[in-house]
Design a protein around this ligand. Sequence first.
Ligand code: SF4
Length: 341
Amino acid sequence: MCRKVLRHSLKSVNRNSKADEAHQDYAFHYRLDSESTRAPVFHHRLAELGRAVLESLLNVVVPQSSGEDVKVDGFRWLMDREQSYPLFRNLDKPSAFSASGKPKGNQHLEPDKGDCPAFQSVANASLYEPRIGLLAELIESVLDLVEFEYQGKPVKVDGFMLKDLHDWTVPSTGSPGEVIDYAGGRCSCDCVFCCNKGNPPLVAARDNVSRAAGEDFEEIKTRIEYFSPESGLALFPSLGTVYEVTAHPFFLAMLRKLRAKTSRPFRITTNGNNLTPEMVAELAELKPIYLYFSLNSSSPLRRQRLMKDPHPQTAINALPLLRESILSPMLLSSSPGHWAR
Ligand code: SF4
């Protein structure tokens, strides 16, 4: 869909929503890997640039010849028939390793602290949107060769941000859960059986785990802005671990904004720890909602022991309230029920 049509369709989707208010997009920032931490395959910088660009491209495109996929593992310059260059440091693992031999983007997994706004993780973004990884590699390769200037003076560049988010929409199922999960960066319990505890670092490291709730919400508002069930489009997803969405301070504000955008059911997995009478009353205003309720035990003592729930009675008391409010609760007996995107 061309940008003009997309803009139009997004506008028409928002016609009846509060999102008509002036909205400034959340800035998706990514940190660049500095020269000192990247080990080149070739010390000849131009050869390394060609290699890095081609390797990065092969992470997002498949070369073809006469309509058939072809594999390539090297290149040569047009003007030099003699010299050829291998593309990959390790031919057994051509696409899984970067020039430094480390898993691609792993250097970006640690949350960035003290930056405002926070950098997102290139590695996590690249799992669903590898073109972001491609851009990072291209810019890093160019920075090995040139210095950027502003008004005649060299400037240091340590990151980049996506310019027009309309360029970064992808097909969407239109399920509100695609947005709701982004509120799941924290949890109000600490279950002994939590599946998130066993996640490998690449999955477990939600890049924004340390950022402020307000900044989470800025991203969520932008995701809602670009979420268009009618057009089947949404902003590219990023990998994260989903804990307890109701624990997010902006959980209800997010649902209200989403409800203005779609009448589809909200499917919310919860440990029930935040289902106070006030919360249930607020949720009842936002129906249809399906709650996947991870009660695990109706004994306060057992729930406290299993889930480290500081207020087990809140979840236990919520069940009759939910039935009265017709919020379609579904009980999950022992599953933590918090999904990884
Ligand atoms: S299982 Fe669910 S409720 Fe328990 S700690 Fe994990 S995310 Fe939180």
